[in-house]
Design a protein around this ligand. Structure first.
Ligand SMILES: [Zn+2]
Length: 423
């Protein structure tokens, strides 16, 4: 942490003298010999680096806001970019990296650092750990495919680390098999194989991308997943082309309801006159409107609980949980421990607990961290379209061959910026 602060302050002082694009300081590489720093100059303690892409209609503003950057800093960033970088807008599918914290605090899943790739060489670093730092840099990043396989003896993480693979692979695997396997109940003797993307810069692994094929044998049941994408679809499928991930509904209503307050880490409370994070979405639905379960699951809470009023919580799998607050009353048979189906009425919109008016406060949790249910890209459950069956079958053939090739490493297309390529 000390090192990061030192580098940040050094760079900031230069930045103030000359608000033109700064080259990374050479001191970073000198210190790197003593401390393990990643390719972007951060110690590994900052978190697990994760690749993502800009969603359709997503703006840099929205991304920074979602990551918890204060609004005045966002304006500062936008002014700097327009004046100095000519880096005006982010594009759909543009690649970026974030650091997933090992222990998220106050619902903040990511460290306050964003690495936005402009091409596969140039990137922009936005860092607000301490003072705001905006820095452009260039460093080639290569992608290669790696195969990993193992038998679980104590944990998946231990199995990965002992073979020199990143724990990020474990995170990817647990996400893609979230609907089939509860990763908290892995058994000794469970087996896995996977092919995943790895990002390399200056000969160092800087991050893990997508798992593109995987097989998991859990309690003697075999699960498989192949990543496939074309113009019509993308996602993970079994060898027969069935989608392996189940969708959650975007909102807990049969009909569209108006959002009266969005998910916002920096909401300014008009009465308290301070920032009060709003880690959910408020729907201004009429009193008594049925509230439905967004997905299959088990009710883990159904009761009156203080400021929340009548609350229902549903656990959908080892990863996703939802909460429905201020209900007027509960749906038929809804109580702790019962199973519910997607679309089942679990309660009715009300004004119980600490509220100013009738509304539903709805929160989606991913790994116990509240996430913006409106913006999050939820996995889909559709199967491969008939017109793509043949090319999907070829892909499965290729990937299952690679899965069986222990320890392969191969370089692939180095074009990180898929958005540029396809347009
Ligand atoms: Zn609310």
């Amino acid at each position: 942490m000390y090192l990061a602060a030192l580098l940040a302050s050094l760079t900031i002082s230069c930045f103030k003298q000359d608000p033109i694009l700064q080259k990374p300081l050479t001191i970073a590489t000198e210190i790197a010999e003593q401390y393990p720093l990643d390719a972007f100059g951060y110690p590994t303690s900052v978190g697990h680096i994760k690749r993502d892409v800009i969603q359709p209609n997503e703006s840099l503003y929205a991304l920074l806001e979602e990551m918890g950057m204060p609004r005045d800093s966002i304006y500062q960033v936008s002014r700097m970019l327009n004046r100095n970088f000519g880096f005006r807008f982010v594009k759909e599918n543009q690649v970026f990296f974030r650091y997933e914290k090992k222990t998220p605090s106050l619902g903040k899943k990511y460290a306050p650092i964003l690495i936005l790739m402009e091409s596969n060489v140039r990137y922009l670093k936005i860092d607000w750990q301490n003072n705001l730092l905006v820095e452009a840099s260039s460093k080639p990043i290569e992608i290669r495919l790696r195969q990993v396989e193992g038998i679980i003896s104590s944990s998946l993480y231990e199995s990965l680390i002992s073979q020199g693979h990143s724990t990020g692979v474990g995170i990817e695997l647990s996400e893609l098999f979230a609907w089939q396997i509860d990763f908290f109940t892995l058994y000794k003797g469970d087996r896995y194989r996977a092919i995943y993307e790895e990002f390399i810069s200056d000969g160092e692994v800087v991050g893990v991308g997508r798992v593109i094929a995987a097989e998991f044998i859990h309690q003697n049941r075999r699960f498989e997943a192949y990543y496939y994408s074309d113009e019509q679809q993308q996602g993970y499928y079994d060898a027969d082309g069935n989608g392996i991930q189940k969708a959650l509904l975007k909102a807990p209503f049969t009909y569209n309801q108006r959002i009266s307050s969005s998910f916002n880490y920096n909401r300014f409370h008009p009465v308290l006159k301070q920032r009060v994070p709003h880690t959910g979405t408020d729907y201004a639905a009429p009193l008594g409107t049925p509230v439905i379960a967004v997905g299959d699951g088990v009710v883990t809470e159904s009761r009156y609980r203080g400021v929340n009023g009548n609350i229902v919580q549903i656990m959908h799998n080892g990863m996703y949980r939802t909460a429905y607050l201020h209900l007027n009353g509960f749906g038929p048979g809804i109580r702790k421990g019962v199973e519910v189906k997607q679309g089942q009425v679990i309660g009715y919109v009300g004004r119980t607990g600490r509220v100013t008016g009738v509304h539903l406060h709805y929160t989606l949790y991913k790994n116990n961290v509240p996430v913006n249910s409106v913006q999050i890209d939820l996995p889909s459950q559709e199967s491969i379209k008939d017109s793509s069956r043949d090319s999907f079958a070829l892909e499965v053939q290729k990937l299952s061959y690679l899965l069986s090739q222990g320890g392969i490493v191969m370089a692939i297309n180095n074009d990180l910026n898929a958005g540029e390529k396809s347009s």
